[in-house]
Design a protein around this ligand. Structure first.
Ligand SMILES: C[S@@+](CC[C@H](N)C(=O)[O-])C[C@H]1O[C@@H](n2cnc3c(N)ncnc32)[C@H](O)[C@@H]1O
Length: 391
């Protein structure tokens, strides 16, 4: 693919983003001006339909360039750069262009704003921001030194070397030179219950925080929070679904199943049946978000065996577990529950609450974070709490 074809592919991508309503005129000009392929290493993996597809510039320059201008994420690092471990989890990437555009739209930046980004990755989002507000007004924090070095080189090659890329944990209040930003954007997700409180100190009163959030259970959404005048809290609605890699320090290492069930299944578990198919919960990112925000300490494992899919549910305190067998076409599903909590009953109740509320979408949910450490998810208005109080 020649440079001209690269230009054409870029225009097609920008038209696609604009057609999807993700770009206003200001951002359209920026996306046209900043070439995405400048932020891709010679080898990356395009994430297409759930699979990572190798793009190698030396072997297939056209495929490499074309992948830069499709609406797909590009994986640029696996396993925190530990090549020996093999390729299990991707740990740095260029995000999907639609997602980048939607979050920048949510950020509502103006020329001259000071912007702080958390999660630089290869630096494309920082470059877009720098183009919009001025390179000297963007500070981006990246936890991985090798990734930060790459971003600095990419930004310099794109003529945006004025962006300050800091190496550190973006949840740490001491990273950076102080001074509040007008806008803070994160491009790695935090658990809803763990949204970094440092961001309240790093953002101006009245300023905006746009951050992808996740739940342990599954499901995630972008939170758009306005910092209160006294900077003691930030509050706002979720704007849409998201699925970003988790902040490094918030990754959850689940204990082995033996820690819950030392002997043979079903052990001492109580048996019952349910009319709710766990596959229905698992099939909906939104339903998982609704359940996961209400029950922030639960997680699941899905174990298919022939026709049956067994869903395992666990609590992080390692006190209780449940299984539900999903069999295609069944009206009732076999349930086992063990421990002081009845985890499936709790999940079913959370599903019922969401169903009774009219299956609200992300935009009806909101989040309030206080300096005292509370993260409250609410439905429709901040007084209507959806999740149990945290801390
Ligand atoms: C999805 S990538 C960033 C995408 C990027 N901003 C872009 O332009 O498309 C997420 C990045 O967040 C970084 N990260 C993870 N945890 C972090 C933390 N606590 N502080 C700062 N960066 C973090 C990862 O190393 C990774 O490079």
């Amino acid at each position: 693919m020649s440079a001209d074809l690269g230009e054409a592919a870029r225009r097609v991508l920008v038209d696609h983003l604009a057609g999807a309503g993700a770009l206003d005129a200001g951002w359209r000009a920026v996306f046209e001006a900043v070439p995405r392929h400048l932020f891709l290493p010679p080898v990356y993996w395009e994430f297409v339909d759930g699979s990572a597809v190798l793009r190698d510039r030396a072997a297939d320059p056209d495929g490499w360039l074309a992948g830069a201008y499709r609406d797909t994420p590009a994986i640029t690092q696996w396993d925190d750069g530990d090549e020996v471990a093999g390729r299990r989890d991707f740990t740095s990437s260029l995000s999907m262009p639609t997602m980048v555009a939607l979050m920048l739209r949510d950020l509502d930046v103006e020329v001259g704003h000071r912007v702080r980004e958390v999660g630089t990755g290869p630096g494309f989002n920082a470059a877009l921001l720098a183009h919009r507000v001025g390179a000297g007004r963007v500070v981006s924090v990246e936890i991985d030194k090798a990734v930060a070095d790459l971003a600095r080189a990419n930004l310099a090659a794109a003529g945006l070397g004025g962006v300050r890329v800091l190496v550190g944990d973006g949840a740490d209040a001491t990273v950076g030179e102080g001074g509040r930003a007008d806008r803070l954007i994160a491009t790695c997700s935090s658990l809803v219950t763990d949204l970094p409180l440092a961001w309240l100190d790093q953002t101006c009163p009245g300023g905006l925080i746009v951050a992808p959030t996740a739940t342990l259970f599954g499901g995630g959404a972008v939170a758009r929070l306005q910092v209160a005048d006294d900077a003691r809290s930030a509050s706002g609605r979720f704007t849409g679904s998201s699925d970003f890699m988790r902040m490094r320090q918030q990754r959850y290492q689940a204990p082995p199943v033996d820690a819950y069930l030392p002997g043979e299944w079903p052990g001492d578990a109580q048996r019952s049946t349910t009319d709710l198919d766990p596959e229905a919960v698992g099939a909906s990112w939104l339903a998982q978000f609704a359940v996961g925000t209400r029950l922030p300490d639960l997680y699941y494992r899905r174990a298919p065996y022939r026709e049956t899919v067994t869903w395992w549910f666990f609590d992080t305190a390692v006190t209780s577990w449940a299984t539900v067998d999903s069999v295609p076409g069944a009206d009732e599903y076999d349930v086992r529950q063990s421990g002081p909590r009845r985890l499936w009953d709790e999940i079913h109740a959370a599903w019922n609450a969401w169903d009774k509320a009219g299956r609200p979408g992300y935009e009806r949910f909101g989040l309030t974070v206080t300096r005292a450490g509370q993260r409250t998810v609410w439905l429709d208005d901040p007084g209507h709490h959806w999740n149990p109080p945290t801390r």
